[in-house]
Design a protein around this ligand. Structure first.
Ligand code: HEC
Length: 142
């Protein structure tokens, strides 16, 4: 009886430690379990800006309706990082909570960007992934 308890106690302890160790590993190297292409560095100038240029700046530049309504200017890195009149839209390293990337899949109060694109308003998946990756990698001015 005592031994049985001791064994299950030890097992629980061992389990706890291995889970903790796994957590630590994940923290130390967040890219450890990702596919090779996920480590490719996204460049703002080469990869992100052309997408914004093609799909966002028609509304998010001075005088246009996305800018007028929200103050968000997506024509430059500075504009993207400045965000709207209400606050930032990019949280470097966190694409799940950044409005900038959240709105691409329409998960923020029914608002979806780019507004009005091909009926469903969804950007091509590869572009969504590029923008997400850029935010995840720290939203650098590169
Ligand atoms: C057809 C016009 C249009 C296009 C194209 C467009 N937007 Fe917008 N966007 C708007 C308008 C209008 C608002 C203000 C919405 C509101 O506050 O009700 C807005 C607001 C936003 C906001 C702020 C939302 C908030 O929570 O305050 C973000 C972020 C955004 N757009 C990102 C983008 C991105 C990224 C693209 C390109 C992929 C894009 N938009 C393309 C019109 C557009």
């Amino acid at each position: 009886m005592k031994i049985g308890m001791w064994i299950s106690g030890t097992l629980l302890l061992a389990l706890t430690f291995s889970v903790m160790a796994m957590d630590q590993q994940a923290e130390a190297n967040p890219l450890a379990n990702s596919k090779p292409q996920e480590t490719d560095e996204i460049s703002f100038k080469r990869d992100v800006r052309p997408i914004l240029h093609d799909y966002c700046v028609s509304c998010h530049s001075h005088g246009e309706r996305g800018y007028l309504k929200s103050g968000l200017d997506l024509t430059s890195y500075q504009g993207v990082m400045k965000g709207t009149v209400y606050g930032k839209v990019v949280i470097p390293g966190n694409s799940e909570d950044s409005t900038f990337t959240k709105l691409l899949t329409g998960t923020n109060k029914g608002l979806k960007m780019p507004m009005g694109l091909n009926g469903s308003g969804t950007l091509e998946r590869k572009y969504i992934l590029t923008l997400r990756k850029w935010v995840k990698q720290g939203a650098k001015d590169n």
